[in-house]
Design a protein around this ligand. Structure first.
Ligand code: ADP
Ligand code: TYD
Length: 219
């Protein structure tokens, strides 16, 4: 059986990922695909525990980086790789681009060190131990930091990342733009400043362009 497609969603806090995730899962299911909906940091019991620490405990940036990649490794081994091997579509709310944007661009952690950890954490996984696991498509919800702050004002209790100043999110947003420019077409920009319907349409068009919304039943 062919490995299923691996799709991640990225963007700064408040860009609108969560608002559109369920609709994308529904569209894929309507096309007859099995969908595994998951998130980072998290997605396994161990990684969800690490998520709680990451979102609420103070720590230095290297500790943060190591915990993010520890959570990711467990998530890949326990959940993502088996689902892809079954032929499921894996829909993941954030993946490694978030580490480059938040820890790299946001906190100033060395990008070359992040690339080494990316290679280490995302290889050695059956059935293709020699290749680095990466999303096939990343939907990047691009929104200026000031608009994201307006949208988030008062809607939820902020976690350790969401209490960062707007300048932090402006750096994170630039980090995503840089990563997208180097992604060789893997990251597709969604203009998240549009109205919800237009955002949803752009997101579905990007997935349809890969042929993943065509009926998979009986295939
Ligand atoms: N296109 C949009 N226009 C206006 N508000 C939006 C739009 N998309 C999402 N929102 C609102 O913005 C806030 C943040 O959206 P959310 O999906 O939680 O973002 P994320 O998951 O990327 O942090 C929510 O209150 C949501 O209802
Ligand atoms: C995956 C990942 C997330 N994060 C941060 C970004 C987010 O602020 C936070 C949690 O992500 P998210 O699930 O989007 O938060 P929420 O449920 O509040 O929408 O973790 C990193 O800093 N590095 C990473 O590698």
């Amino acid at each position: 059986m062919m490995r299923g497609p691996f799709i991640s969603l990225e963007g700064i806090d408040g860009a609108g990922k969560s608002s559109h995730l369920a609709a994308l899962a529904d569209a894929l299911r309507a096309a007859g695909r099995s969908v595994l909906l998951t998130r980072e940091p998290g997605g396994t019991p161990l990684a969800e525990k690490l998520r709680q620490l990451l979102l609420h405990e103070r720590m230095d940036v290297l500790t943060e980086v190591l915990l993010v990649f520890a959570a990711r490794r467990d998530h890949i081994v326990q959940v993502i790789a088996p689902a892809l091997a079954r032929g499921d579509v894996v829909l993941c709310d954030r993946f490694t681009d978030a580490s480059f944007a938040y820890q790299g661009a946001g906190r100033g952690f060395d990008r070359e060190e992040l690339s080494k950890l990316e290679l280490l954490a995302q290889t050695g996984i059956a059935p293709e131990p020699d290749s680095m696991l990466q999303p096939d498509l990343t939907l990047w919800f691009d929104l200026p930091a000031e608009l994201a702050a307006e949208r988030l004002a008062g809607v939820r209790a902020p976690d350790r990342f969401e209490t960062e100043p707007q300048a932090f999110f402006a750096r994170v947003a630039r980090g995503y733009a840089e990563r997208a420019a180097q992604s060789g077409g893997r990251m597709v920009r969604i203009d998240a400043a549009q109205q919800r319907e237009q955002v949803a349409a752009q997101m579905l068009a990007a997935v349809a362009a890969r042929g993943w919304l065509e009926g998979a039943r009986g295939g």
